[in-house]
Ligand binder design. Structure first.
Ligand SMILES: Cc1cc2nc3c(=O)[nH]c(=O)nc-3n(C[C@H](O)[C@H](O)[C@H](O)COP(=O)(O)OP(=O)(O)OC[C@H]3O[C@@H](n4cnc5c(N)ncnc54)[C@H](O)[C@@H]3O)c2cc1C
Length: 397
């Protein structure tokens, strides 16, 4: 049987796309293929669980538009579907004088993105976060928290209710063009579809190439490690405390995040992962490592930012160094308060010149769409990315 559409990848982007497609074109036969035995096993199930507001992103970019709109649609989805979530807001704090102009620029950018923001002095920050140290802050009321794993359970349930089918444990190893569309090969069988959408996260560049697209960007996996606060010390953090990001590396800078289960996570840092799904230093995959180390973009990025990179490695190997970064935000934190927690790996695409692919990157083939760069805030924006892709598809029935 030929499906109308095949979707590769059972993370939040693949699932949201499947559901939005069935909402826009009811009655289609849509098959979602995931290599793991469960959904949301990688980025989607291993992130900070923040429903971002859309402060940081360049006005007019897909990230900015889809984060702002996605914040609304994700909160509405959770409310309608009974997914536990909280719109608790967050504070971004400047801890050094040189960060003050950056904080102001961030405030302006957030306003350009249409957000309601509040400038705070030290006392006002202290009212919200009594243990935070800062010179000034910005409050972002629309930021929220959720478990994206739980969101995916709900998306999968609705997708199936609308007639969608999910095959887990099916790794895509080959993709062929046919007269009718595409054949996707997996060890458990081949599947044919008139249209193909790929949302393969850490493998998105390889899958797009397998489908015949020529893509110059490459995914270089950067692991982010977290600590968790000991339960009796959770009271040091009420909500979400973020540093002012380095404009060159918006994804750097450890933050303190209350999770929806009440735990408080600290992180993530950013170090090269020796495997695309390498969650600790000993996870090594020769092909993945070779791919990173032979890509000129990786070396250009690494050499241009050697100091920053070494600091991140140090922070990964030394709990003391990690603690020092956190103490900039909350000085009362002590070594004994931190317990190792989960890690996640970011699928960040790089250009060969060493630049980060800044925006979401969607590549359109003749009868296909490939999501080639969907780092943070793509979990927040997933329903918007899904709507966008679904609207790109021709009538398939
Ligand atoms: C440490 C960290 C913190 C983050 N924090 C946040 C946050 O707080 N808020 C936010 O909005 N975003 C956050 N993000 C980003 C967010 O998690 C991702 O943008 C989002 O999960 C991307 O979803 P995805 O579906 O594209 O990718 P994934 O969740 O990685 O899913 C891709 C899926 O494709 C499957 N796949 C890959 N190859 C194949 C194959 N050959 N055959 C079949 N299946 C395949 C994988 O197994 C995987 O399940 C964070 C990311 C990280 C790593």
């Amino acid at each position: 049987v030929i499906c109308h559409c095949l979707i590769v990848g059972g993370g939040i982007v693949g699932l949201a796309t499947g559901l939005e497609l069935l909402r826009q074109q009811a009655g289609l036969k849509v098959l979602l293929i995931e290599k793991e035995s469960r959904l949301a096993a990688h980025q989607t199930g291993r992130n900070s669980g923040v429903i971002h507001a859309g402060v940081y992103y360049k006005p007019g970019s897909l990230k900015a538009r889809m984060a702002v709109e996605g914040n609304r649609s994700m909160v509405a989805f959770c409310r309608e579907q009974g997914v536990p979530h909280e719109v608790c807001g967050k504070v971004i704090v400047a801890t050094e004088p040189e960060e003050m102009p950056l904080l102001e620029r961030l405030f302006e950018r957030g306003q350009q993105n249409g957000l309601e923001l509040h400038r705070l002095n030290t006392d006002q920050v202290r009212e919200l976060e009594p243990h935070a140290r800062c010179l000034a802050g910005v409050r972002v009321p629309s930021t929220g928290i959720v478990s994206y794993g739980t969101v995916c359970d709900k998306l999968a349930e609705l997708f199936r209710t609308c007639g969608g089918e999910i095959r887990t444990g099916a790794r895509v190893t080959g993709i062929r063009r046919t007269q009718a569309g595409y054949v996707v090969e997996t060890p458990v069988g081949a599947f044919e579809g008139k249209f193909l959408v790929t949302c393969a996260g850490l493998h998105s560049d390889r899958i797009a190439r397998l489908a015949g697209e020529s893509l110059v960007a490459r995914i270089v996996p950067f692991r982010g490690e977290y600590y968790e606060l000991a339960p009796q010390r959770r009271s040091l953090v009420r909500g979400l405390i973020y540093p002012v990001p380095n404009p060159k590396f918006p994804f750097l800078g450890v933050h303190l995040t209350r999770m929806i289960d009440g735990s408080v996570h600290a992180g993530p840092n950013a170090v090269l992962a020796f495997k695309r799904e390498g969650y600790c230093w000993t996870d090594v995959n020769i092909r993945d490592l070779w791919d990173s180390l032979t890509f000129p973009g990786f070396w250009r990025l690494a050499l241009r930012n050697l100091g920053e990179g070494l600091r991140e490695i140090h922070r990964s190997l030394s709990k003391q160094a990690f603690l020092r970064s956190l103490q900039r935000l909350v000085p009362d934190l002590q070594l004994a308060d931190l317990r190792p927690a989960h890690a996640g790996v970011r699928a960040q695409a790089l250009w060969p010149n060493g630049g980060l692919v800044d925006d979401f990157l969607l590549v359109r083939g003749e009868r296909s769409v490939h999501v080639c760069n969907a780092p943070s805030p793509a979990a927040t924006a997933a329903l918007e990315i899904g709507k966008f892709i679904a609207a790109e598809l021709p009538p398939l029935n």
